[in-house]
Each structure stands twice: as structure tokens, then as C-alpha cells.
Design a protein around this ligand. Structure first.
Ligand SMILES: [Zn+2]
Length: 401
């Protein structure tokens, strides 16, 4: 069985060892070493990365109590190797993991609520607690309690009690029976069975920050950041606040008021815009109808607008057709090329048929009835060609009536 060096000294990053087994896992090379500093994904903590000789260690897994190092390519030759663990990733895991122990104990002390599971991911870390609800005041109180234990900078001890000694410890979780358990002890505060990598003093954890919380499978899930992650998050949020302050010429206390005011102004403008749009539609309808040609006493009105919603195309077309016997062919070019064709109803002209005959040629989506069709196309150029071809067909069909 591989000796787990990371348990003795999580601060050590370099080691020498021997390859004792090579295997293939999902087409990649897996190495088993005599001893290792690489932590395998387990107990809610992600694996270490780093190098074995000059080859990248991309994953470390544990299977049947064996630690398998998945490497980017095979390491050929001598079995003796040098290993190097990526310290930034390791220390980040130590901060999140030790912070999780402190936060879990804070939640017990304050609300008598146990941590049922925890996860320490690449992007976020979570604690699931047995609790009906969780408030902002409770989050703030838990944060203050947890960070006080960071500021106290107490020792984090690793203990290996025998079974009787373990029974007398105020353990946060029940250890697996029958074997000597590794206990992580935050001096004066928390005892928890754990095989992960931890800081040696609580001060190294840095700030513990609860980000958000919500219900998850009958429990409450808290998202949190510790140390470097909390600092990076603070930096990002501070940058965001400074950008808002500068772009909107507002101080920090006035941001909410400013955004509320902008929202209200935006609502008023949207209302004004839609009223204006209706007036525009009315006048456009009159203009297009009066300028249009007639065939057999039926007016043919065709026009292509820019970036008009299909709803507005429909409204203009209907307004135009109210004026008398007419066929209206409207399009809108832009990100979503679209069209609406309709006629005033009492004309022997099947628009659905005209559309279907051209559907394949112009790759048209849409449909309708004999007196009204609408839809969209992929390209603006296809829309223009489709409208032109349709106008020609409609002219000819009206002439033959
Ligand atoms: Zn732990």
C-alpha cells in the first residue's frame, strides 16, 4: 500500500519514490508509487496536480485503497521518480478544507445544526446543513464566529487516538468503526475525523465568507469561500462596484436608489416608445397605401423595414389592409429576417400556396392561411429575393383574375 506522505506534512511539495505498478485507465497511464505526496480525490476534497519527473499529473484517484496517479503520458525507463505537487492548488485546498471544519463547528455551536455533507470544488465549496431555514442574520453570526476562530490563530493538530480515546472526544462526526482514526483537531474548538490536507494554524485559512444559501434536498446548502478565493471574490466585487460608481456617477450608498430610478425611467420610456410606435404604424400604413400600384382594383403594397419585430409588421399590414382591397407584402431585415404577407380577404389569391412553392428555394420557416402567412429566413439577402419574387408572382396572379 502506498505511504501517504501528505498526511504527515501537507506543506511538503517535493519527494522521491519508486513506481511499483503501471496500469492503463481509460486509455491513459496510471502509476502507483511506493509513497506519494499527491492527495487523491476523496472525502469531498479534490486531488492534487503537479509533476512526476517532467510529466503532468492530471488526476489522482483512489481505488481499492490504492492511489493511482493519472499522468499525461507514460514515464519510460527507471522506476525511480521525483514528484512535485502544485503548491498553489494544494494550499487553496488546505484553506477551503480547514475553513469548512471551522464553519461546520460554528453552525453547531450557534444553531445546533450538523453538517450532513460538504464539497470542496474547483470553483465553489458548499456545506449542507440540517436546518429548515437560514437567514441573513444567521449567516452573519456564523461568519463572525468562524472568523473569530481564524483570528485566534489556534493550532490545527492531527491526532491518532485509540478507540477508547476517540470515544471520549467531542467528535463532530462518527468515525468508521474498528480502525485507528485520524482526527483533525482545531485546538479548543473542533474535533473531526478526516483524511484531508489542512493548514497548521487557523490564521492561514484567511477570511471565511458565506456567499449565498438556499434549500437543497431537504437541507440548507451554504456556498462559501476561504482565503485566496475570498480575496479574489472581494477584488472582483470591489472592481464591479467601482465600475458602477464611475459609469453611473454615483457613490456606493446611492447605487440601489440610482438603479431603481433607472428602472422606472426605462419603464416610462418603453411605454412612450410603444405609443410612438403605434402612431408611426398608422402614418406608415396611410403612406404606403396611398403610394401603391393597383392591379384589377387591388392595391399591391410591398416594403422592407429594418429591425422591426414581427408583431409590428403584423400591425402595419393589418392597418394597411383596413383601407380597402389590397395585398400587403412586408419584410424586416436585421438579426432575424422575417416577413408578413396578407390580403384583405375577398381576393382569390392563396398566399399559403405562394409561400409553399418557394419554401425550399429560400429556406423559409413559417406558414399561415390562404389570406395571411408569416415566418422567418436565415439571411437578409434571401429575404429580399423572396419578397421580390413573391411580388412578381402576386402581380401576375392578380392580372389573370
Ligand atoms: Zn478535513
Amino acid at each position: 500500500m502506498t505511504k501517504r506522505l501528505y498526511r504527515e506534512d501537507p506543506y511538503r511539495t517535493e519527494f522521491e519514490s519508486q513506481i511499483i505498478e503501471r496500469l492503463e485507465i481509460d486509455g491513459k497511464t496510471g502509476l502507483i508509487l511506493e509513497e506519494t505526496l499527491f492527495y487523491p480525490t476523496s472525502g469531498g476534497q479534490l486531488h492534487d496536480t503537479g509533476l512526476i519527473n517532467d510529466v503532468k499529473v492530471i488526476d489522482v484517484i483512489e481505488k481499492d485503497r490504492k492511489i493511482i496517479h493519472i499522468v499525461e503520458k507514460n514515464i519510460i525507463g527507471e522506476s525511480g521518480i521525483t514528484g512535485k505537487v502544485d503548491w498553489n492548488r494544494r494550499f487553496d485546498h488546505m484553506q477551503q478544507h480547514t475553513g469548512q471544519h471551522i464553519l461546520s463547528q460554528s453552525l453547531i455551536r450557534l444553531f445546533n445544526t450538523a453538517t450532513v455533507s460538504s464539497y470542496l470544488g474547483n470553483d465553489f465549496s458548499t456545506i449542507d446543513i440540517e436546518k429548515e431555514s437560514f437567514s441573513e442574520v444567521e449567516a452573519n453570526t456564523a461568519e463572525i464566529e468562524a472568523n473569530n476562530w481564524v483570528f485566534k490563530n489556534v493550532l490545527v493538530n492531527i491526532l491518532y487516538p485509540d478507540e477508547t480515546e476517540a470515544l471520549n472526544m467531542p467528535l463532530r462526526k462518527t468515525p468508521p468503526p474498528g480502525k485507528r482514526t485520524r482526527i483533525v483537531n482545531i485546538e479548543g474548538y473542533d474535533h473531526s475525523p478526516c483524511g484531508g490536507t489542512h493548514c497548521s494554524r487557523t490564521g492561514e485559512v484567511g477570511i471565511i465568507k458565506i456567499l449565498k444559501w438556499g434549500r437543497m434536498r431537504g437541507n440548507i446548502r451554504l456556498d462559501f469561500y476561504c482565503g485566496q478565493r475570498a480575496l479574489a471574490d472581494y477584488r472582483n466585487k470591489n472592481c464591479l462596484i467601482n465600475t458602477i460608481k464611475s459609469d453611473f456617477s454615483v457613490n456606493e450608498d446611492g447605487i440601489i436608489e440610482k438603479l431603481t430610478k433607472l428602472e422606472e425611467e426605462n419603464k416610462d420610456l418603453r411605454k412612450f416608445n410603444s405609443e410612438l410606435n403605434l402612431k408611426l404604424i398608422d402614418s406608415k400604413a396611410v403612406e404606403l397605401y396611398s403610394e401603391a400600384d393597383s392591379v384589377n382594383n387591388v392595391k399591391i403594397i410591398h416594403s422592407v423595414f429594418e429591425d422591426l419585430e414581427i408583431k409590428n409588421l403584423q400591425n402595419i399590414a393589418k392597418k394597411i389592409a383596413e383601407n380597402g382591397d389590397s395585398v400587403v407584402i412586408l419584410g424586416s431585415s436585421g438579426d432575424k429576417p422575417s416577413f408578413v404577407f396578407l390580403h384583405s380577404g375577398n381576393i382569390d389569391l392563396n398566399l399559403q400556396k405562394i409561400l409553399n412553392n418557394q419554401r425550399e428555394q429560400f429556406d423559409i420557416k413559417g406558414g399561415g392561411s390562404s389570406s395571411m402567412v408569416q415566418g422567418g429566413l436565415q439571411e437578409n439577402s434571401a429575404l429580399l429575393d423572396f419578397i421580390k419574387a413573391s411580388v412578381d408572382i402576386i402581380y401576375k396572379e392578380l392580372q389573370s383574375l
